[in-house]
Design a protein around this ligand. Structure first.
Ligand SMILES: C[S@@+](CC[C@H](N)C(=O)[O-])C[C@H]1O[C@@H](n2cnc3c(N)ncnc32)[C@H](O)[C@@H]1O
Length: 338
């Protein structure tokens, strides 16, 4: 066996036909004989066969759950930050679309409805109008978004909505407690959307409806493409846009089917409108999910980015303003009878 220290943190072992590489930062283990590539922590990778596989899987699982936890914290932080201006008029597609989502449930008026990832309460408020004898229970993990939701319901004097701070991946309600559920632009924030939708369906009675909304494939184009391209020029890697995972009729319908829902119906509606100018587009990216990306820039770079980005957006404005393409997909399914 020959051991080579190729870098302060990299250890390479030659053993017969095997080459083993361990990285203490916990990145990869490579065994040329078995063609394995597992993340490992420390020099513990000098094991072979099943020991190595099991350790690799355990550490991979640990790393994935740590990454997911970090990602979740970042999402929560982003929404806490944007909450005060999330209801800016430039983002009015959220309340407009919420009204359609609420109508998708075809409520009778006395139901108990769950709103998952409710944000500042757009869907909850829309549902409230359909429930003169019922109630909406709306959950979100961002205290900032919930504070805004409270303000809005208080201002409108609504008494049939209760907001609860809760992680949608750990809903603490009783099985079958709700007659129906919605999630507006929320489900794609989790990695395993099927498990999430099953989890929500678990809280709905058999025969109850579940409706989710998401953005259509080309929503926000071409503005968002210009935004992401310029971010790349600033060294910010283009993130996978999580909403693209359910951005077509087929994809969103397959999601509901994978969660065991039946009688699935999908519709796409155009909620697009004219923004006044490029400055309004900045309100869209600054006051919603894209803030997380913008926060990766230093304040100086961000100011320069804003100036350059808006300079390339402004020429797209016509006499009526700047078109914001917001096509929204609505998918409704029914929880099968037990
Ligand atoms: C794009 S906003 C949509 C808000 C609202 N449904 C609407 O249509 O305006 C997404 C929301 O999902 C929430 N969210 C993301 N991941 C969550 C999680 N794991 N548990 C609870 N809420 C979550 C965020 O805090 C944010 O309020």
């Amino acid at each position: 066996m020959l051991v080579i220290i190729a870098a302060p943190t990299l250890l390479i072992v030659l053993e017969g036909k095997n080459v083993r590489v361990a990285h203490p930062a916990g990145i990869y283990f490579y065994n040329s004989n078995e063609r394995l590539r597992y993340p490992l922590v420390g020099y513990t990778s000098f094991y072979s066969g099943w020991t190595c596989r099991l350790m690799g899987i355990a550490i991979l699982t640990l790393r994935m759950s740590m990454e997911q936890r970090d990602r979740k914290e970042m999402i929560k932080e982003t929404f806490n930050t944007v909450a005060p201006a999330y209801d800016h008029a430039a983002l009015r597609f959220f309340p407009e679309s919420a009204r359609h989502l609420a109508a998708c449930l075809a409520l009778q008026g006395d139901e108990q409805v769950l709103d998952v990832a409710c944000g500042t309460g757009n869907a909850a408020l829309a549902l409230s109008a359909h429930l003169p004898r019922g109630q909406v229970t709306a959950i979100d993990f961002s205290a900032g978004m919930l504070a805004r939701a409270h303000e809005k319901t208080e201002a409108q004097g609504l008494r049939n909505i209760r907001f609860v701070e809760m992680d949608m991946q750990s809903l603490t309600f009783a099985p079958g407690q709700f007659d129906a559920a919605v999630s507006a632009f929320g489900i794609f924030f989790v990695e395993d959307m099927t498990a999430q939708l099953r989890h929500i369906a678990g809280k709905v009675r058999p025969g109850g409806r579940i409706a989710v909304s998401g953005f259509y494939e080309d929503a926000f184009m071409p503005l968002v493409e210009l935004f992401l391209r310029r971010m790349e020029a600033y060294g910010i890697e283009r993130p996978p846009l999580s909403w693209k995972r359910i951005s077509s009729d087929e994809k969103i319908s397959a999601l509901l089917a994978s969660a065991g829902l039946e009688n699935i119906e999908v519709r796409c509606l155009d909620h697009g409108y004219y923004l006044r100018d490029a400055g309004d587009w900045w309100q869209v990216v600054w006051n919603a999910g894209f803030r997380g990306l913008l926060n990766l820039l230093t304040p100086i770079d961000r100011a320069r980015f804003q100036e350059e980005h808006l300079a390339e957006i402004q020429p797209l404005c016509g006499s009526e303003g700047l078109w914001l393409d917001v096509k929204v997909l609505y998918a409704v399914g029914v929880k099968p009878a037990a």
